[in-house]
Design a protein around this ligand. Structure first.
Ligand code: B12
Length: 291
């Protein structure tokens, strides 16, 4: 079972400082602690990770933070070798443990989820796509790489604080006939990092499903990705219909992906065309504070 609370001694050991230093940081409010019935300080795991990321602490005992995959790649992460290059190699070779460790390493070193997704993950997948142009070998590797990315993203997700019950809700998915899993999964995870509740309907989600879900769950934001070459007129009509439907309910629509229709066609005040997860994160933060 995942440990959820650390003692000051455990966090101190994990980052190679003395227990008294850690307790002082806690008393100064740099690390938020709760107290046991007996008055002992305890640090929730997400808070420990926040502190490690923001203070740029070096993790010397990843096992204490239950970041086991990190142990195997730690030398690589701290050696200055480009994470992006290492992620590409590990994805190409199908090394699940290394992919998870490297992505975890980039996150605990302080990169935002959006930066990890727009950076090493996107770049590596684009490079993989260019290597084989979908001969048989390429298809196999792309399917496998997609699964390794899903594992790494879900692992990062498990480290996030759960959203508050009254946090704004976002929901979304990929357009009809779009099999691509990762863009929508990334969008959901970026929104979760920004404190939103999220509902991801995944690939190939008909527009009616999104509209029904919007009607039922009253989200503040809907995202839609399109990563395939498709009938531009049909997609454009679909998107206009969705944008108008959401506008009457004051719901913001964020769209993205290689196959998405042009911003001019979507020129509605409630609709944003994003080209990266960083842009989605920015919109999410702005709306969160406005809410
Ligand atoms: C993995 C992969 C597959 C897998 C998909 C597995 C799955 N279920 O997800 C499989 C093997 C099934 C596949 C199939 C095909 N593929 Co393919 N595939 C890829 C590959 C390598 C990675 C795609 C991916 O997941 N990228 C990761 C995402 C995260 O990156 P991204 O799409 O750029 O998204 C970023 C931004 O655009 C933005 N973004 C995207 N969407 C959204 C949405 C929102 C709301 C926001 C805010 C931001 C945002 O943020 C993301 C992160 O930065 C790409 C290479 C590439 N250049 O992308 C080829 C690629 C897309 N495929 C290609 C092709 C040709 C095909 C096939 C037609 C091959 C075939 N002959 O069968 C089929 C088509 C399938 C179909 N039904 O349409 C071509 C497309 C060329 C073109 N001109 O469109 C590419 C570019 C490869 C290449 N270089 O030739 N593919």
């Amino acid at each position: 079972m995942r440990k959820t609370l650390l003692s000051p001694k455990e966090l101190a050991l994990a980052i190679g400082v003395s227990e008294s230093t850690l307790k002082r940081w806690a008393d100064e409010g740099l690390v938020q602690v709760s107290r046991t019935a007996g008055g002992h300080r305890r640090i929730p795991m997400p808070e420990a990770l926040r502190f490690v990321r923001e203070s740029k602490a070096t993790i010397v005992r990843p096992d204490i933070l239950q970041l086991h995959e990190l142990a195997a790649v730690q030398q690589e992460v701290t050696s200055g070798r480009s994470t992006d290059e290492a992620v590409f190699a590990a994805l190409k070779e199908g090394q699940a443990h290394r992919v998870r460790g490297l992505i975890l390493g980039a996150y605990v070193a302080g990169r935002s989820l959006a930066a990890v997704f727009d950076g090493p993950l996107r770049d590596s997948l684009h490079r993989l796509g260019d290597l084989w142009h979908h001969d048989e070998q390429g298809i196999l590797i792309e399917h496998r790489a997609t699964d390794l990315c899903i594992q790494a993203i879900n692992q990062l997700r498990s480290l996030l604080n759960p959203a508050a019950d009254n946090a704004p809700l976002a929901l979304g998915g990929a357009c009809s006939n779009d099999p691509y899993i990762l863009p929508s999964l990334m969008a959901a995870t970026v929104l979760a990092e920004a404190g939103w509740r999220d509902m991801n309907f995944g690939p190939d989600t008909p527009v009616e499903v999104l509209m029904r879900a919007a009607e039922r769950y009253q989200p503040r934001l809907v995202w839609r990705s399109c990563s395939v070459e498709t009938d531009r007129d049909a997609l454009g009509a679909d998107m206009e219909h969705l944008a108008d439907f959401l506008a009457t309910r004051h719901i913001v629509l964020v769209v993205g992906g290689r196959g998405m229709v042009s911003p001019e066609r979507l020129g509605r005040a409630n609709t944003h065309r994003a080209s990266s997860m960083a842009e989605l994160a920015e919109t999410a933060r702005r709306l969160y504070f406005a809410a």
